[in-house]
Design a protein around this ligand. Structure first.
Ligand code: GAR
Length: 203
């Protein structure tokens, strides 16, 4: 069975969407492990409630060794795909080499807009509203050495309305994230993707 490791930092609604899609049979996968870089992430509870192993590797404790520790765990458990779902630490080192094109991230904007350093959570939606864009959305992409720079797998757009607050836009985008992330995982689990430089093609 195709094994997924999910990395989280917070509430874990994207994790929940993966759990729900595994339970419904849409995804023929097993969530092998959930790893959080914060002990207080509600996503840890979501995992445990569903009988999924979850570990916390607090950023403060692991510091620069966080990626190596994650690599140790996912290798031991023979994880096929790492999904970063609201994971706020930057991955680096051996992990990126060993899991090249086997780590995906969900970002709450249409990359290359409103992404990169400091662009996470509500900051992204505030930036989109302040810029005045009429369309925003979410992006699922492969993770490489940069921040939000890897090849794009799926994007879904939503309208931005003149009376939107960052919170309202966040909710509209999150609903699309909960569709896009399981779709991307399914494409990878079924070996339907080919990566040619920056372009991801469906076979
Ligand atoms: C999601 O909107 C995700 O796209 C975003 O954090 C939120 C996590 O929500 N990620 C980033 O901003 C990363 N740059 P969740 O914990 O409910 O899944």
């Amino acid at each position: 069975m195709f094994k997924i490791g999910v990395l989280i930092s917070g509430g874990g609604t994207n994790l929940q969407s993966i759990i729900d899609n595994v339970n419904s049979g849409y995804l023929d996968c097993k969530i092998e492990i959930v790893i959080s870089d914060s002990e207080n992430a509600y996503g840890i509870e979501r995992a445990r409630k569903s009988g999924i192993d979850a570990v916390a590797l607090p950023k403060k404790q692991y510091g620069d060794a966080l990626s190596d520790e994650i690599l140790k765990i996912v290798s031991e458990r023979k994880v096929d795909l790492i999904v970063t779902a609201g994971f706020l630490s930057i991955l680096k080192g051996e992990l990126l080499k060993k899991y090249k094109n086997k780590i995906i991230n969900i970002h709450p904007s249409l990359i290359p807009s409103f992404c990169g350093k400091g662009m996470y959570g509500l900051n992204v939606h505030k930036a989109a509203i302040n810029y005045g864009v009429k369309t925003s959305g979410c992006t699922v992409h492969f993770v490489d050495e940069g921040t939000d720079t890897g090849p794009i797998i799926i994007q879904k757009a939503v309208p931005v309305f003149s009376d939107d607050t960052a919170e309202i836009l966040q909710k509209r985008v999150l609903d699309k994230e909960h569709e896009a992330l399981p779709e991307a995982i399914k494409l990878i689990a079924e070996d339907k993707l080919e990566v040619h430089d920056r372009r991801v093609l469906i076979k």
